[in-house]
Design a protein around this ligand. Structure first.
Ligand SMILES: Nc1ncnc2c1ncn2[C@@H]1O[C@H](COP(=O)(O)OP(=O)(O)OP(=O)(O)O)[C@@H](O)[C@H]1O
Ligand SMILES: [Mg+2]
Length: 232
């Protein structure tokens, strides 16, 4: 579904990502983990064409797409949950969701998909006309996830969706993410919360200072000395 092969990026003349190689196959739940400043959001921006890839290749759905436009990446069938959610606060929940539906080139009808989202997040059913900015932080996180899902993407990529949520909400959020994966959507979850992610992901990568320093099955990574030293 997505493959980065020796992808490098720079900020000005300063290297950030350094030959990052990572892949996610259909059906997988993969996490990319790293501390503050590791380059997680840079990786998200690189795969969504918000930061230029200076060398290496990015392949999504079998097509080489490094430096394609962001909207074209979404249109390949990729749902995006950016850092900080980036909802439109003045727009209603429905309007925010419609943006996600259109971005992926959603099919099957918006109303049907809105109903599907309300099945996944029952509280949303009566709140579709509410301005997104007036929702609680947890609700906004769910709307951002629904916005990524509503176009029926084959792959979703999320950048630190748990940021700012209470432990109980993080738990609920990741349960839903797991369920979405079980129903067939491939997931690339970029996160700082290693312990939580490795409990639900199949595989993971550790990113430190722009480099992948460890990769493997979630079970192996949880046991690795490196992982323990770095995060757990
Ligand atoms: N626009 C920018 N210009 C210059 N440097 C930047 C820019 N954006 C990020 N950086 C630097 O690049 C490094 C990686 O930043 P990035 O946002 O990718 O980290 P992160 O892993 O997402 O961190 P966090 O956990 O805080 O979200 C940091 O040192 C950051 O200061
Ligand atoms: Mg970040």
């Amino acid at each position: 579904m997505i493959e980065l092969h020796r992808v490098s990026t720079v900020y000005g003349s300063v290297p950030m990502l350094r030959e990052v190689t990572l892949s996610v196959s259909e059906g997988e739940f993969v996490c990319a983990l790293g501390p503050n400043g590791a380059g997680k959001s840079t990786m998200f921006r690189a795969v969504t064409a918000l930061v230029r890839i200076v060398s290496g290749t990015l392949t999504i759905m079998g097509r080489e797409v490094q430096n394609l436009k962001t909207e074209n990446i979404a249109a390949l069938g990729v749902g995006l949950v950016p850092e900080g959610r980036r909802l439109f606060p003045q727009l209603t929940v429905r309007e925010n969701l419609k943006i996600g539906y259109d971005a992926v080139g959603g099919t099957g009808g918006l109303d049907k998909r809105l109903a599907d989202m309300a099945d996944l997040f029952p509280w949303m059913r009566d709140r579709l006309s509410q301005a997104a900015g007036t929702l609680s932080g947890g609700e906004q996180a769910m709307v951002a996830l629904a916005r990524a899902l509503i176009g029926t993407p084959r792959l979703i990529i999320m950048d630190e969706p748990s940021l700012g949520l209470s432990p109980r909400l993080i738990d609920e959020y990741f349960k839903i993410t797991s369920e979405i994966n079980r129903r067939g959507t491939t997931v690339l979850l970029i996160e700082q919360n290693a312990e939580m992610c490795l409990r639900i992901a199949h595989r993971g990568y550790f990113l430190v200072k722009g480099r992948i320093v460890a990769a493997g099955s979630a079970a192996d990574l949880m046991q690795s000395d490196e992982a323990r030293r770095l995060y757990l």
